[in-house]
Design a protein around this ligand. Structure first.
Ligand SMILES: [Fe+2]
Ligand SMILES: [Fe+2]
Length: 335
């Protein structure tokens, strides 16, 4: 995550090497004089190493093997992102938590290990409580600060689904399932070759065929692991289905697509439209919403209308600042 304000030096050095300490002292001098806060990651937490780090200007010290959530919490606190005295601070903290949880999820998915269920639950809780705060704009601002497109998309879709489900008055249990599905919806992309996933420019027909396997792959990963609700499995498998039967992977018709899946599809397509990708500029929210409306019977018209209330509030002003005129294509593929 890029710093929203201020600078921070993260120093990862083996302080048992006297030679390194000498050159580090020189290299860090200017930063120390400038008052840049420094976080030192230590290979050993011996009193000697900690003293050494303090002498080099450490404001905070963590073991080098600290888990991502702890590291992010510390970085956020040092950057002043997590002060508890501002209205948005709690939401920012939740964002950092969700973001860290997502890192664990995507790492596990990519490595082929079991998905960390507790971590997923933790991020879902953070996202739903953030939605209770009601300020989708702040969530979106934080999403835009994320450098990684995959995380950005996941956090964006999850934040949108959470806000939409809340707006529609779903019960807490249903909201939990829907946000869980949103967090997991593209987990199958972890098994799509990076050459296709990160390709700059349009996909070939074959590549598109591979990309379109991600809902089935994600669904199968969850089934193989076990313990996921049927509603979550359905949303992961069917988030690219369209009501007129023109979607994939099964070409389901409206009678076989539930409301939670319809909601997810709307949020997913909208997210892909307003995201910046290497091959397309972000679309302005009003234009992205108009695109959903133009999709007509492919999406649930009543839900699209209700979605307008969620995304076309104060956000229009904020997002217009970041967006350029429409002209973006391939959003559905990117979703
Ligand atoms: Fe997606
Ligand atoms: Fe997808």
């Amino acid at each position: 995550m890029r710093a929203a304000a201020g600078r921070l030096l993260v120093v990862d050095l083996d302080l048992s090497q006297p030679k390194l300490i000498g050159s580090a002292r020189g290299a860090l001098a200017a930063h120390r004089q400038a008052g840049t806060p420094a976080l030192f990651l230590l290979r050993d937490m011996s009193p000697r190493s900690q003293m050494q780090a303090n002498a080099l200007g450490a404001q905070a010290i963590l073991p080098a093997e600290a888990q991502a959530p702890i590291l992010l919490d510390k970085v956020g606190a040092m950057l002043g992102l997590l002060r508890e005295d501002t209205p948005n601070a709690v939401l920012q903290k939740r964002f950092v938590r969700a973001s860290a949880a997502l890192a664990g999820l995507l790492d596990a998915a990519g490595a082929g290990g079991p998905l960390p269920v507790e971590t997923i639950d933790d991020s879902v809780e953070a996202i739903n409580r953030a939605a209770d705060g009601g300020d989708l704009d702040v969530w979106l601002d934080l999403v835009w600060q994320h450098d990684d497109a995959t995380y950005q998309h996941c956090l964006l879709v999850s934040g949108l689904v959470a806000a939409f489900a809340r707006k529609l008055g779903f019960a807490e249990g249903d909201r939990r399932l829907m946000t869980t599905a949103a967090v997991l919806h593209d987990v199958g992309k972890a098994r799509i070759p990076l050459g296709i996933l990160r390709k700059e420019g349009p996909l070939t027909v074959e590549e598109r065929g591979v990309m379109r396997q991600h809902p089935q792959i994600g669904h199968d990963m969850l089934v193989a692991q076990g313990g996921f609700s049927p509603a979550v499995l359905a949303a992961v498998l069917s988030h690219h289905e369209l009501l007129d039967g023109s979607g994939y992977p099964q070409g389901l018709g409206a009678d076989r697509i539930s409301d939670p899946v319809r909601i997810m599809t709307i949020c997913d397509i909208y997210a892909a439209l307003i995201e910046r990708r290497s091959y397309k500029p972000p679309m302005a929210p009003a234009d992205a919403f108009a695109t959903l409306v133009e999709m007509g019977g492919k999406l649930d018209v009543d839900l699209v209308r209700a979605f307008g209330d969620v995304v076309l509030g104060a956000s229009v002003k904020r997002l217009d600042r970041l967006a350029t005129p429409p002209g973006a294509g391939g959003a559905e593929e990117a979703a």
